[in-house]
Write a protein that binds this ligand. Structure first.
Ligand code: HEC
Length: 125
């Protein structure tokens, strides 16, 4: 009798422990889009964008926007940023212009969204 209730209590504990171990895993799995996008975005950034924008997002060449400043490009909406990346950006008088799709015409809309998620997660506030 004693053994029975002891083992019942133990298995209860095991279930509780497992549940608490799984909770963070499940919470992370609940938001797969965001973390996957940031990963995809990072991979594209390091191939297509890093030469001009730099690993630190501050801009590796004169005239390139600094992503890390509070009122910089990342203060714009996703739609505005997607438009800039899609079509490029040439501010009159700027030392350099942003080529459409960073010069990589094969980027899809999903790729561009993933890039924006990455920019915000890496260089945003
Ligand atoms: C040849 C250099 C170059 C490459 C490659 C490049 N950029 Fe840019 N990017 C620029 C320059 C220069 C600006 C600033 C343009 C301006 O202000 O007229 C800029 C601006 C931006 C902005 C700010 C747009 C805005 O609306 O303020 C974003 C976002 C951006 N780039 C994202 C990217 C992404 C993502 C990639 C890779 C897919 C990329 N860039 C590749 C040079 C580059």
């Amino acid at each position: 009798m004693f053994w029975f209730s002891y083992s019942k209590a133990t298995s209860c504990l095991v279930v509780l422990t497992l549940a608490s171990l799984l909770t963070p895993v499940l919470a992370a799995a609940g938001d797969p889009d965001k973390s996957d996008s940031a990963k995809v975005g990072k991979a594209i950034y390091s191939q297509t964008c890093i030469a001009c924008h730099g690993a630190n997002g501050k801009g590796a060449l004169p005239g390139v926007s600094d992503f890390t400043v509070a009122d910089g490009p990342l203060a714009k909406s996703n739609a505005e940023l997607a438009k800039s990346v899609n079509e490029g950006l040439a501010t009159p008088g700027a030392a350099l212009s942003m080529p459409a799709k960073g010069g990589n015409p094969s980027l899809s809309d999903d790729d561009i969204l993933a890039l924006i998620v990455y920019l915000r997660s890496e260089f945003g506030e």
